[in-house]
Design a binder for this molecule. Structure first.
Ligand code: SF4
Length: 224
């Protein structure tokens, strides 16, 4: 790790990052040209940091801030459909104090969880370029080095899974929902992303989704 040794210094670096010109332009544009339902909101429109418990045993890695979710509210999985699914599941399995995530002042407290993402700026159509993923992966590496107590990593979606494998030089692991790999001293669980597309098409059902967090609980209790 370089001189970025604390979560605050990592976060400062992320918030001020302008490395991917396409994404910086897009996130600002979305913040200016708001959708009607959020026309009264002041959009964050900048890179979004990870959040949660830095002593956590569980690290969740999403794909990217949602254009009108985290890019609006300034917190990952906050203010959009994916956030609703994630927080309800975390609440039902004892990983958070409330079942929703609507704004940075909603009172949400994560229990034993840190949430991050592969890329920190909202990409057009939720599709980051490989070069952008490569640019941003250093922040995930820094966080990973800082989060020393992590025992379970949950990757949401194929890209998150591949990104995690890439930064940890894990080869030949296959992505499928509820894949559970033991790698070094951690478990890696792969899950479909709780995007609107996946949940509306039933590719990811509520039952399949909650199983991810129930499995995490079992792994943690077997580790104690
Ligand atoms: S995606 Fe990551 S590397 Fe690119 S500008 Fe945003 S914070 Fe920086």
């Amino acid at each position: 790790m370089t001189n970025l040794v604390t979560i605050d210094s990592i976060n400062r670096d992320i918030i001020n990052c302008t490395r991917c010109e396409r994404l910086v332009t897009y996130t600002r544009l979305v913040g200016k040209n708001k959708v009607k339902r959020f026309s009264n909101d002041e959009y964050w429109a900048r890179p979004v940091t990870g959040f949660g418990d830095t002593q956590a045993n569980v690290l969740i890695i999403g794909l990217a801030p949602g254009a009108h979710g985290a890019n609006r509210t300034g917190r990952l999985f906050t203010g959009d459909h994916s956030g609703q699914w994630l927080m309800r599941a975390l609440y039902e399995t004892g990983f958070s104090n409330i079942p929703r995530s609507t704004s940075t002042d909603d009172g949400l407290i994560l229990n034993n969880i840190f949430i991050s993402s592969c890329i920190r700026c909202a990409p057009p159509s939720n599709k980051p370029l490989n070069s952008e993923l490569a640019n941003c992966s250093k922040y995930l590496i820094y966080e990973q080095e800082l989060l020393k107590r992590v025992k379970v990593v949950i990757t949401l979606g194929h890209i998150s899974f591949l990104t995690y494998c890439k930064i940890n030089d894990l080869r030949k692991l296959k992505f499928y929902h509820l894949a559970n790999y033991r790698v070094n001293d951690r478990h890696l669980i792969a899950s479909y992303h709780p995007s609107r597309h996946n949940t509306n098409t039933q590719r990811l059902t509520w039952e399949m989704w909650v199983k991810v967090f129930k499995l995490t609980k079992i792994i943690l209790s077997n580790n104690n």
